[in-house]
Unconditional design. Structure first.
Length: 84
């Protein structure tokens, strides 16, 4: 799956739901998307932020909030020029 597919899906869903994914932390459920269609949201974060980030060399998300056990819970979409 391409980084562009996930990034664009988040952009579209954010517009539809009235959520700015660049500024407002979101869960996939907030946007009505299933990250499982793209692997896992944490796969798309930097390996410095998430354990599963090491499985994907592409980065388009950053962890915005963690749950009580320290696992990623909400994300922010990085600006397109920072997608790698």
């Amino acid at each position: 799956m391409s980084i562009r597919h996930l990034g664009k899906a988040i952009q579209r869903a954010g517009e539809e739901k009235g959520i700015d994914p660049y500024k407002i932390p979101f869960t996939p459920k907030d946007l009505g998307i299933r990250c499982s269609d793209y692997g896992s949201c944490s796969d798309w974060c930097s390996p410095a932020e998430t354990t599963s980030g090491k499985y994907n060399r592409h980065i388009c998300l950053k962890v915005a909030e963690r749950d009580s056990s320290g696992r990623p819970h909400k994300y922010l979409l990085l600006p397109e020029n920072e997608w790698s």
